[in-house]
Design a protein around this ligand. Structure first.
Ligand SMILES: [Zn+2]
Ligand SMILES: [Zn+2]
Length: 112
């Protein structure tokens, strides 16, 4: 029987891509902690909704210069959301796991 008062239980517990059980990962930075869910099998990565909705937002590790944080200069530390359209531009939500800064990066014009 589920108790229903732990908000974590509302989150998907299995990988949307391959069905494996997701594992919790916490990254610590100077600005606090970030929580993630990772698939040990296919490396799918999701972030719990910051507003508490029972969903995981898919994230990935960018490659090359995109992986380096523009704020703290740390390399290979960024994680990026799936792209979305905001203000007529195609954007990604970038989270640095080293310094904890988050920002929206414009990656191009809207595809529509
Ligand atoms: Zn998976
Ligand atoms: Zn950083």
């Amino acid at each position: 029987m589920a108790t229903g008062d732990d908000k974590d239980t509302a989150l998907p517990s299995s990988c949307p891509r391959c069905g494996q059980e997701l594992v919790r990962e916490t990254t610590r930075s100077r600005r606090g902690t970030h929580e993630w869910r990772k698939c040990p099998d296919c490396a799918w990565m999701g972030r719990p909704d910051p507003k508490g909705a029972p969903i995981l937002h898919p994230f990935h590790r960018p490659t090359g210069e995109e992986a380096d944080c523009v704020f703290c200069g740390e390399e290979e530390c960024n994680r990026a959301s799936e792209s979305f359209v905001w203000d007529g531009r195609l954007c990604e939500w970038i989270v640095c796991t080293a310094c904890g800064r988050e920002n929206v990066r414009r990656i191009g014009p809207s595809p529509a």
